[in-house]
Design a protein around this ligand. Structure first.
Ligand SMILES: Nc1nc2c(c(=O)[nH]1)N[C@H]1C(S)=C(S)[C@@H](COP(=O)(O)OP(=O)(O)OC[C@H]3O[C@@H](n4cnc5c(=O)[nH]c(N)nc54)[C@H](O)[C@@H]3O)O[C@H]1N2
Ligand SMILES: Nc1nc2c(c(=O)[nH]1)N[C@H]1C(S)=C(S)[C@@H](COP(=O)(O)OP(=O)(O)OC[C@H]3O[C@@H](n4cnc5c(=O)[nH]c(N)nc54)[C@H](O)[C@@H]3O)O[C@H]1N2
Ligand SMILES: [Mo]
Length: 812
């Protein structure tokens, strides 16, 4: 989230699109209720299904899954056409005025530089014109036809309300009503918040769904504002923490990136990081990259990381491919190229797409290790459970090692929520049986491997033998010790760069924040953005002070919000070029003639003059991006592409199937239904229910009773068409597999009319498998396609094609 859960109470308009917060985030949803009750905020829900969120909305608009970009570009087109733009914000704080290189174009659904064989682009033209002074060329009048604003205007012009209706199946009047309500928020004193989750991410163009809304929010001037922002509703309690501390295969902690094979040494690696400012006087915060990176290397390898060995840069793994996401891992397994797999708190047999491929892949492993408090389907993938897991155990030779672990509630540590708040928690119970903490298990693997390497040598023992492991109990590092390591330490006394007599951190002490980190090896910090979470003031994550003296929703003394306890990112953008709040009733930080101060930790140097330094300091141009330059693999603007399995052809660019840069492996292509397939005519999607949490709660009697049995949801119209009875049994199948379920025939799903033809939606909830207390069932992933988003490789779980027929039940 750019903002926080508690900040949602400050909004005028909530748009839940690409999520179902009332159901999947029921506790957080109370801040929507608060905004509605206390300030008359309105709620719009855009979803293929009339959800529990929709049931309390002021306006619900249906949409065909996988078409949100067309919808959102349609709203942008509406705002531009009706002059519903917050011009002061757009001109000062976005790259609208920046001139784009002549070579860049978008034609027939493709951006310049597309190479079909590589499923990627030569992106060299996707950038600004840079002047002789080294700064980007701008035209503040916005007259230049090559400025971002004019290119955007042209790009979105195809998405008229009629086109939106044809693509999305959203009736034109409903779409226009949404567009009008949203457009009102272009006023500096009206703010909208975007709440989204998997309805946007789980698509082959998931990242661009989010881009499209972020662009809309910039045009409305809603980023950096109280009650505004782009608010990703994260899933598992610490999934925000997972990305923050670098658990994505291509990331290092704090959103630094793992080197690739071409970055053979430290200097080559650094040459493409730490960007020079692209406009005069601008602060470009990544210029501090070297400090954060060296401090990270010091946290990894301690005294073995020295200036002489460029802080052990060579010991970092170097990527040979863009990343090892779960789709690639299972593809490699399936090809027999990955033969061991450690599965910690993960149930991929049920969670990843194309279960047949998941089973085949796991069956080819030599060994599989699971660390889990529960008996998961993945650990039992080799066991025959009739039609629920129809495998021939005698043909599977994978050795499975189950390590029982504690669950988070039995363990101490911190969890980072969607608000970027690091919240400390304490064990709520004693683990049963042989369960051990994850820390203990991982420490054992490390300590024992290290010993083996010490004794036996090996191909490349250095990174493991030298890994700093200076914990009081090497067999089970304590959570507090790890938190301090993440925060960072001064290894020698650190002095202020501007005032060398002033001590910033004494040798041996915890650093106050990442501003104290240095690039000469005198500091360590395992995750720079978390620095400040546990410093000499104590464990700031354990703070539980609920005071909010100005009722801004900031709660500055509750837990610790990264970075540096800041609650709203880009909060400098809440004030205009003179430093005055756009909306006097929503003051966040203001310029008093000498410095920035107010209700939040300023997201700008406190003495940076308002007209000099742009608010978006993580970009070297200091402004936000309506045109993303080369940041996104599938284009600097979002464009409508159909899902890989779609009931209709792409109306904007008929020749293009799916996102041209999406991640697909060759063999999986063959397993997609044809566009507008007769064999698989129905548009399926998958989702969660409040009563269950993934595959955990089916192990609990109470939840198993609340939602006992796997079902699929269909409209009354489809039920009549196919002769399916309410509560009757059906078979649902895709090109990849088949499931059986009870049919819930509902008014919540209606056929959508897309390009004049009805599209039937089939809804499939997640939560069933073959272990646990609930009735055995299938999830949706026997059916889902093995294709990932172009930028982040999230599988396309939310849009695929199926067929359905009534059958005699029940299943075994
Ligand atoms: N009770 C409960 N809560 C949970 C979870 C749980 O298992 N149970 N899981 C947690 C996790 S890990 C996560 S990631 C979050 C997920 O939170 P959400 O994303 O809110 O959950 P989903 O139910 O998967 O999907 C949300 C909605 O997206 C809609 N949708 C599908 N495709 C599209 C589309 O193309 N466009 C639009 N506009 N909408 C679409 C679906 O109809 C569905 O209503 O929930 C978390 N919260
Ligand atoms: N079709 C379809 N597929 C989906 C989705 C969808 O919407 N549609 N959603 C996707 C999403 S968003 C997600 S997040 C995934 C979820 O997929 P998974 O993460 O594989 O599913 P979970 O059941 O949450 O599995 C987590 C496991 O962690 C264990 N666990 C809990 N606490 C601890 C602990 O402290 N330590 C350890 N070691 N283990 C612990 C639990 O017992 C559980 O078995 O599914 C994805 N798959
Ligand atoms: Mo998730």
């Amino acid at each position: 989230m750019t903002n926080s859960w508690t900040d949602i109470k400050n909004t005028d308009l909530v748009v839940i699109m690409g999520g179902n917060a009332a159901e999947a985030h029921p506790c957080g949803f109370k801040w929507v209720t608060e905004a509605k009750a206390n300030r008359g905020a309105r709620l719009i829900v855009v979803d293929p299904r009339f959800t529990r969120s929709a049931s309390v909305a002021d306006l619900y608009a249906p949409i065909r899954q996988g078409t949100d970009i067309a919808f959102l570009l349609g709203v942008i087109n509406h705002c531009i056409g009706n002059d519903k733009v917050q011009w002061g914000y757009v001109k000062a704080f976005t790259n609208a005025a920046y001139i784009v290189k002549d070579g860049f174009a978008y034609k027939d659904g493709l951006f310049t530089g597309y190479d079909e064989a590589k499923r990627g682009h030569d992106m060299s033209s996707w950038d600004y014109v840079i002047g002789d002074d080294g700064y980007a060329v701008v035209d503040d009048t916005l007259n230049n036809p090559r400025c971002v604003w004019n290119l955007l205007k042209e790009h979105v012009s195809a998405y008229t309300p009629e086109m939106v209706e044809r693509i999305c199946g959203t009736p034109k009047d409903k779409f226009l009503k949404v567009a009008e309500m949203v457009a009102e928020c272009s006023s500096p004193t009206k703010v909208m918040t975007s709440m989204y989750a998997l309805g946007w991410t789980q698509h082959s163009k998931g990242s661009q769904n989010i881009r499209a809304m972020a662009m809309l929010q910039l045009i409305l001037g809603n980023i950096g504002m109280r009650g505004g922002g782009m608010n990703a509703l994260r899933g598992h309690s610490n999934i925000q923490g997972l990305t923050d501390v670098g658990l994505m295969s291509n990331l290092l902690p704090g959103y630094m990136t793992l080197p690739n094979e071409k970055e053979v040494d430290f200097d080559t690696y650094m040459s493409t990081r730490g960007f020079k400012p692209l406009r005069p006087n601008q602060m470009s915060y990544w210029q501090n990259y070297r400090k954060f990176f060296v401090s990270f290397l010091k946290a990894m390898w301690g005294s073995a990381a020295t200036p002489e060995n460029t802080f052990a840069y060579d010991w970092l793994p170097k990527l040979d491919v863009p990343g090892y996401d779960v789709l690639r891992a299972f593809e490699l397994m399936n090809q027999g190229k990955m033969t061991g797999y450690i599965c910690q708190g993960f149930n991929p047999l049920l969670a990843i797409p194309n279960r047949a491929k998941a089973t085949a892949s796991l069956s080819k492993l030599k060994f599989l290790v699971t660390m889990d408090p529960l008996d998961t389907e993945t650990a039992r993938f080799w066991e025959n459970h009739g039609e629920f897991n129809d495998v021939d155990s005698s043909q599977i030779h994978t050795e499975v090692i189950q390590l029982p672990s504690t669950c988070f509630a039995e363990d101490e540590g911190s969890l980072t929520n969607s608000s970027r708040w690091l919240q400390w928690h304490w064990p709520g119970g004693t683990p049963p049986g042989e369960a051990k903490t994850d820390n203990w298990i991982m420490a054992q693997i490390h300590v024992r491997l290290k010993e083996l390497y010490r004794k036996e040598g090996g191909k490349f023992p250095d990174p493991i033998i030298n890994l700093d492991w200076a914990y009081a109990d090497p067999d089970e590092p304590a959570a507090e010790e790890l938190a301090k390591e993440i925060n960072g330490r001064a290894l020698a006394t650190v002095y202020d760069t501007a005032d060398p007599a002033k001590v910033v951190a004494e040798a041996g002490k915890l650093v106050p924040s990442f501003a104290a980190l240095r690039d000469d090896g005198s500091t360590s910090s395992a995750c720079w953005i978390y620095s400040g979470c546990f410093n000499e003031n104590g464990n700031n994550m354990a703070r539980r002070d609920t005071s909010d003296p100005d009722e801004t929703g900031a709660y500055l003394k509750w837990a610790f919000s990264w970075p540096v306890n800041r609650r709203i990112l880009y909060n400098r953008a809440s004030a205009d070029l003179s430093g005055k709040a756009w909306d006097p009733s929503r003051k966040l930080i203001e310029w008093d003639g000498a410095k920035w101060s107010g209700y939040d930790v300023p997201d700008i140097a406190p003495t940076a003059k308002p007209a000099d330094v742009g608010p978006f300091i993580m970009n070297p141009e200091g402004v936000s991006r309506l045109f993303t330059r080369t940041m996104m693999r599938d284009g600097p603007f979002p464009a409508h592409y159909e899902p890989f399995e779609s009931p209709v052809a792409n109306l904007v660019a008929p020749a293009v199937r799916g996102n041209p840069a999406a991640r697909v492996f060759e063999d999986d292509f063959k397993q997609f239904a044809e566009p507008a397939s007769k064999e698989f005519p129905y548009a399926a999607t998958s989702y969660r229910l409040t009563e269950h949490f993934h595959y955990w709660t089916k192990h609990v009697w109470v939840n198993a009773v609340l939602q006992p049995e796997f079902f699929v949801e269909i409209s009354e119209e489809l039920a009549v068409e196919k002769g399916i009875a309410k509560g009757g049994w059906v078979r649902v199948w895709s090109k990849r597999g088949s499931v059986k379920a009870k049919a819930v025939v509902t008014k919540r799903i209606k056929p959508l009319i897309c390009d004049g033809k009805p599209v039937h939606v089939v809804g499939i909830p997640l939560h069933w498998g073959f272990t646990g207390a609930a009735k055995k069932g299938f999830g949706p992933n026997s059916l889902t396609p093995f294709v990932g988003d172009a930028n982040i490789e999230t599988p396309e779980y939310k849009a695929f094609l199926v067929n359905i027929e009534p059958i005699a039940g029940p299943v075994a």
